[in-house]
Write a protein that binds this ligand. Sequence first.
Ligand SMILES: [Zn+2]
Length: 353
Amino acid sequence: MVLIDGLGDRPQEKLHGKTPFEYAKTPVWDGLEKTGGRGRFITCPKGLRADSVTGICTLLGVPEKQIPIGRAALEAAAKGVFLAPKDFAYRCNLAAFDKNGILVSSSGGTLTDAEMKQVTQKLWENEKRDGLELILLTGYRNLIIKRHGVTSEIATMPPPHQNIGGLLFHGEMELNNSIKINGLYYRLYFWDESQGVALPFFQDLWKMTGAAVAQAEIVHGIARMMEMKAPFVPGATGETDTSLGAKAFAALDLLEQYGFVLLHVNGTDEAAHRRNPLEKACFLEQIDQILLQIILSKLPKDTRLMICSDHDSCSDTGEHRGMPQPFWVWGPGIETKNYKTLPGGCAVKLLLG
Ligand SMILES: [Zn+2]
């Protein structure tokens, strides 16, 4: 299952009225389309948030009632930190503000990865309290863990990527809980409180072993919580600069030992959040020419392949939408036909036959 995060989009002015997928040249993918089945999955059931947690859990067959709301507990799992039901986790972004307190960047401003880590640790010195633990994820993303909490202890804010341009700290920027670098004021931004959750194990759901190639912590965490084998692949970044070749070969290796392999590609979603439709389209071309090319040339003959997505990521507004997502399925026993719109929970079933 090649899961392309945030594949769906709206027609974009910058792409002459086409969606990034329509704009991208994808000959390998087009070839698949001619010999396989296609349709749409409902990946975001009504009432659930249109995000990767909802979409990916749904596609992996997690029952709707067990889909977690918050993401921090899942990201902690990616770091091997598993939360008990009474533990709390919070997302903590390194955010940048202007001198008036307007949020300029929810993703580390103009700092390098190393600088982000340094600044985050320095800021945490001022914020830290007994019993709270900081976990550094990649780049601007961090977590705060509170073990055995009774109630939440941190005041959280709305998702920061939806708050860009908002005035959040009236004249507070000069206070010592921010660090000024190159005219921007850096602060920790707490959001998305979640409590310890459990997910069903992949093997219990499908009576088959599962593995995942996923660098984005949220997806890596989902896989680990479902007891899927989830190695970190050197060269994978969870971004548009990821090594698609390394990911493809890692997935093919896992297929020798595991019945089902999820290959998650995250850069499409990141490009859309940067409101860069052209970057998203170019990355889709690379997915076609590198990742799909390798997989198709090496995939064992008895194996089915699916390409699908978790949600729309609109590269004009940077927002997610929970529309039904396109899928393509191909391989032995799969007819060349159009399926009607199916519940996302059918995805693994369709692959396993
Ligand atoms: Zn996203």
